[in-house]
Each structure stands twice: as structure tokens, then as C-alpha cells.
Design a protein around this ligand. Structure first.
Ligand SMILES: NC(=O)c1ccc[n+]([C@@H]2O[C@H](COP(=O)([O-])OP(=O)(O)OC[C@H]3O[C@@H](n4cnc5c(N)ncnc54)[C@H](O)[C@@H]3O)[C@@H](O)[C@H]2O)c1
Ligand SMILES: O=C(O)[C@H](O)COP(=O)(O)O
Length: 402
């Protein structure tokens, strides 16, 4: 079985997969446009930010599993993968500390204008008076948009700096916020209005695209610090460019429109000329520590896919199974018994949605659970029960969790 790594990655953890018969192919130079041609004969694809398009997936006949060696899966056409029965898994939380560290670094750098001060020093200019105007962070209000893995790591670090945290997040309630000792905001606009510093940690989804809108940016206090290390698409960068000088915003960005597909390229620098705007080239996850943790998690996902029933961190399993009944069949552990049962279900037009099979000590008998979409008739159950090797059949109604 062949595994393709289509991004720059720490390979040490993947080496051990060779003992499971996996051939690891390392092609970090691949891009959105060259990936499709490299997928022939590939069963497992590991990517970081390399885009995986529906068109590439349509030619990937052998592909079973895509691992996003990172957090955000917005660069993968997950719907196209689901339509072809391909697992998509990510590595949630494994790079969260690295991103929170960068967010904290940008906040500190902006407050003291560290980049500008260094630029002056590099040019031989000593400007102590010019750079003695940092406001200080202690006691300032920090707004966290998206209190997930990164948001929570930032929260821990912010407390150490004496910042007062507030948050807005999908499943955050006033009770949960109180338990976490975090101020609760009902809307993002409300959070912005009470943020001396606002840090964005939302995934890019249909609900979050553009959510940090002009109105939200307008709601920020003048002189506020804004940090975005999530995805550029969640924030209105056109409004941002206008509002930075008007509101004296101080901005730290790790994600930008027009990010090159490869490790090196060019970008429109105009936003960085609007005022105090600092940036990094999407390196939030790129520490040695984080990349090792990501590589280990990637190897764990692949190993589970190959050797266990469950694949960890899969993001595209149907939230609610269409199965409404379970057919529980105890049977002899012999060739063809299950196939015979399935043939009966097929004849009765019953679609099997999920299957599990347990073998008992001695390997004489098994218990198979078939989760099916429609109730099998009495005649269908009788036909299954009639096989000599079938010990017993039960039909159980499942709760409708849809
Ligand atoms: N710059 C980088 O290198 C880097 C590294 C890691 C992650 N990221 C980005 O940061 C994002 C967040 O990472 P994470 O690990 O914290 O993810 P996460 O899934 O743990 O956290 C996301 C949080 O956003 C909340 N959320 C989701 N949809 C929402 C909505 N519609 N409204 C309000 N809240 C919503 C979730 O409830 C969750 O608390 C990732 O999806 C990724 O895009 C960037
Ligand atoms: O979602 C993520 O994990 C980050 O954006 C990291 O992206 P990268 O793996 O391309 O650095």
C-alpha cells in the first residue's frame, strides 16, 4: 500500500509504518495543480495546506484516507471525499500551543513595536523615545473568537500576562464561560466592542466566512490590537485596510489573501503599508514541537486505519446514520454464512448501512450486527434463521437521532 506525503513534513514518525507494509512517498513539492497526477496508485494521502480538489479526487481511484497533518480541513474538498467513501481525518489540537504562542508573540510585538524598533536598529538608529510608548498588556481585555484548542491555549497564556479574557464561541454559554472564568459575549460584535485585543481562532466554514466583518471591525475600540492566525477568509481584509489607519488599529496576521501554494513566493504587501501591521507567512503551526506532535498523530491515524476498526479524528462521518434497525445475528464462524445472510437482505431490498462483527474465543462463533435502513419483514428474518449455521436472529429498533 502506498502513502503519499504531499507537503513538507517531519517523516520520522511515518517511518514505522513501513513495518505495516506501507511505502512512504515524499513529494513536498506537489501543489494543488500537480497533486492529481501524483495520486495514481496512492491509498493514503497526507497533506498540510496543499489543496485537495474534487477534480484531483475524481481521478484518485485507490485513495481510502486523507490525513490533514494539521487542524483546518477547509483546503480539502471534504464533500467530494465523502461522495467517494474516502475518510478525511485531521490532527485536532496538536499544533494549538504553537499557534497560541505565535498569537501571544504578535500581541507583545505590536504593543512594543518590536519589528519597527529592530528595523531602526538594523539601520543603526537608536530611537529610545520613539519606542517608549507601549501601552502594556496587564489588565487589558482580551477577546477570543473561537474558544477551541488554540483559543484555550491562548487563554492559559493570557492569564499569565494578567489579561482579562472574554470569549465568543459556538457552544459557549454564560454558564460554561463562568466555569472557565471567562467573560461571555453573545455576539462577535459585542466581543469586539469589549476587546482591547481581539484574537481570531475560528475554523473556516460556511458560517464563519467573512464573520469578522466591517461592523465587527468598526466595533473595536480605537487603537485595539487585532490578531488573526486562523484563516484569511474569516476576516474582511478590504475593510481592515481602510480601518487600520482610521481607527489606529494594530494588527498581527499569520494568514493572508493570496498565500502562495508553495513554501516560497510573493504576496501583495499593501496591507503592511497601512499602519502598524505585522505579519508572518502562515507559520503558526510550524514549530519543531508542533510538527513532531502532528507527525505522531498522523502516524497514529494511519496505523488505526490499517489495523483497527475506528479511524481517529474523522471529520466526514455522517452525523446521523440513516440506519433505523439493527439485525443482530449470532452465527457459526464459517465461510459464506454472512454472505448468505446479506444475500437474503438484498433480496428483501434492505440496505445495510453499518456492519460490525465480533469473533468469540475459539473462533467457533461470531456475532454480527448489521445496521439497516428498513425493518426486515418476518419472512426475511425467517429466511436468515433457516440457515443451519445461523444460531439466532434479533431485530432491534434504533432511536432516530437525526
Ligand atoms: N496559522 C496556523 O498555522 C494555524 C494552525 C492551526 C489552526 N489554524 C486555524 O485555526 C482554526 C482554529 O484552530 P483550533 O485548533 O482552535 O480549532 P478548534 O476546532 O479546536 O476550535 C475552533 C473553535 O471555533 C468555534 N466555532 C466553530 N464554528 C463557529 C461559529 N460558526 N461561530 C462561533 N464559533 C465557532 C468552535 O466551537 C471551536 O471552539 C483552524 O480551523 C485553522 O483554520 C491555523
Ligand atoms: O490548519 C492548520 O493546521 C494550519 O493552518 C497549519 O497549516 P500548515 O500545516 O500548512 O502549516
Amino acid at each position: 500500500m502506498r502513502l503519499l506525503v504531499a507537503d513538507k513534513m517531519n517523516l520520522s514518525a511515518l517511518e514505522e509504518l513501513r513495518i505495516l507494509g506501507i511505502e512512504v512517498i515524499y513529494r513536498p513539492e506537489l501543489t494543488r495543480d500537480t497533486l492529481a497526477a501524483a495520486l495514481d496508485g496512492i491509498s493514503i494521502l497526507v497533506v498540510r495546506s496543499t489543496e485537495v480538489t474534487g477534480a484531483a479526487l475524481s481521478t484518485a481511484k485507490h485513495l481510502n484516507l486523507i490525513v490533514r497533518a494539521g487542524a483546518g480541513v477547509n483546503t480539502i474538498d471534504v464533500a467530494a471525499a465523502s461522495a467517494r467513501g474516502i475518510y478525511v481525518a485531521n490532527c485536532p489540537g496538536k499544533n494549538a500551543i504553537a499557534v497560541a504562542e505565535l498569537a501571544m508573540g504578535l500581541i507583545l510585538a505590536l504593543d512594543r513595536k518590536v519589528v519597527d524598533a529592530t528595523t531602526d536598529l538594523r539601520a543603526g538608529r537608536w530611537e529610545k523615545s520613539k519606542y517608549s510608548s507601549g501601552g502594556g498588556l496587564f489588565g487589558r481585555r482580551l477577546g477570543i473568537a473561537g474558544l477551541g484548542a488554540v483559543g484555550r491555549e491562548l487563554l492559559d497564556r493570557a492569564r499569565a500576562f494578567g489579561l482579562t479574557p472574554h470569549a465568543w464561541s459556538r457552544s459557549l454559554t454564560p454558564t460554561r464561560a463562568a466555569k472557565m472564568d471567562v467573560g461571555f459575549s453573545k455576539t462577535l460584535e459585542e466581543l469586539a466592542a469589549k476587546s482591547d485585543i481581539l484574537s481570531i481562532h475560528l475554523p473556516l466554514t460556511a458560517h464563519t466566512r467573512g464573520v469578522v466583518s466591517r461592523r465587527v471591525l468598526e466595533a473595536l475600540p480605537d487603537g485595539a490590537i487585532l490578531v488573526n492566525t486562523s484563516r484569511f477568509e474569516v476576516l474582511d481584509y478590504v475593510a481592515l485596510a481602510e480601518l487600520v489607519p482610521r481607527k489606529n488599529l494594530r494588527v498581527g496576521l499569520d494568514v493572508l489573501p493570496g498565500e502562495p501554494d508553495e513554501g516560497k513566493g510573493t504576496i501583495d504587501p499593501s496591507l503592511f503599508e497601512q499602519g502598524l501591521v505585522y505579519g508572518t507567512p502562515h507559520i503558526g503551526a510550524s514549530t519543531e514541537q508542533a510538527q513532531l506532535a502532528i507527525a505522531l498523530e498522523t502516524a497514529r491515524i494511519v496505523r488505526s486505519f490499517l489495523t483497527e476498526e475506528d479511524v481517529p479524528n474523522v471529520v466526514n462521518i455522517a452525523a446521523a446514520s440513516p440506519a433505523r434497525f439493527a439485525v443482530v445475528i449470532r452465527m457459526m464462524d464459517k465461510v459464506g454464512v454472512l454472505a448468505n445472510c446479506l444475500a437474503v437482505l438484498k433480496r428483501h431490498n434492505i440496505n445495510v448501512e453499518e456492519v460490525s462483527n465480533t469473533v468469540f474465543e475459539g473462533a467457533l462463533a461470531t456475532c454480527t450486527k448489521l445496521r439497516v435502513s428498513g425493518r426486515p419483514s418476518d419472512a426475511c428474518v425467517k429466511e436468515i434463521q433457516a440457515f443451519d449455521e445461523v444460531l439466532h436472529v434479533d431485530v432491534i429498533g434504533l432511536p432516530n437521532l437525526a
